[in-house]
Ligand binder design. Structure first.
Ligand code: BGC
Length: 252
């Protein structure tokens, strides 16, 4: 199977986005194609959207998908911001059957981390890097000397008696109508808790917020240096494609 070009797809709380990725260069070969996440976001409804994206690119090759929940060997184990009907569904099987393509699904933050560490601001970084994706939820991933620990799920630590992502995600900023500075104070609190637990040498901010780094990074006072993801919100698509490449090579 040819693995130079892979279709990467990122399932988010508000949109499902896909593009063909050049996996050796870590670049998009096409424009991103986005379809709003169906409501309710059930597995069947999202599988339909994934098929539309595959059809849009007239794609027959391998597909990598980033999913906003814990993924173990292709099975969804959580889906905090989607729908409970995802739990324990074999997504590799569901999406492969729906599209006729070979699909591998991974956690979305793990995918973004893979992209960012290989081609973005974590490239060649040695040490402990923490990547936090800021969107509807808070996705977290830790790399030690470039090696990933999957499904970290540190967006759900307790902060002020609630799930941290309810307090410090981009969705929380919008829901509570916070200025960037006020939100940054919350996010700073979150990052400092993470630092006390994980002691990263570098913190990378991904997701939609990575485009707005000039509005909030100046308000953070973490010990570790904070940098935005240079692949911006393409990291998830690129990383999903890289993960598919990895699994296809392993299985061949
Ligand atoms: C999910 C994570 C996901 C993150 C970002 C959280 O609610 O539990 O698995 O990575 O949102 O989408």
């Amino acid at each position: 199977m040819k693995l130079k070009k892979i279709l990467g797809i990122d399932i988010g709380g508000s949109g499902v986005k896909g593009a063909i990725v050049h996996t050796k260069k870590g670049k998009l070969k096409t424009k991103r194609y986005r379809i709003p996440t169906p409501q309710p976001a059930t597995p069947e409804a999202v599988a339909e959207v994934i098929k539309k994206i595959v059809d849009h690119f007239d794609w027959k090759g391998p597909v990598g998908v980033g999913f906003p929940g814990v993924i173990q060997q292709g099975f969804a184990r959580t889906a905090a911001n989607l729908d409970d009907s995802w739990i324990d569904v074999n997504l590799n099987k569901l999406f492969s059957k729906k599209t006729g393509c070979k699909v591998h699904v991974v956690n979305d933050a793990d995918a973004a981390g893979m992209g960012e560490m290989k081609f973005g601001s974590g490239k060649k970084f040695k040490g402990v890097a923490l990547l936090v994706t800021v969107g509807t939820g808070l996705g977290t991933v830790v790399f030690t000397n470039g090696k990933l620990m999957p499904n970290m799920e540190m967006g759900h630590i307790m902060l002020h008696g609630d799930d941290a992502e309810k307090y410090a995600s981009d969705a929380a900023r919008k829901a509570d109508d916070l200025s960037w500075e006020d939100w940054a104070l919350r996010f700073n609190e979150y990052l400092k808790r993470m630092e006390d637990l994980l002691w990263p040498d570098l913190i990378i901010i991904g997701g939609g917020a990575s485009k707005k780094d000039d509005k909030f990074v100046k308000h953070l006072d973490t010990r570790a240096k904070v940098v935005p993801a240079t692949l911006l919100n393409e990291a998830g698509i690129i990383g999903a494609a890289l993960t598919s490449r990895y699994y296809n090579k392993m299985e061949s």
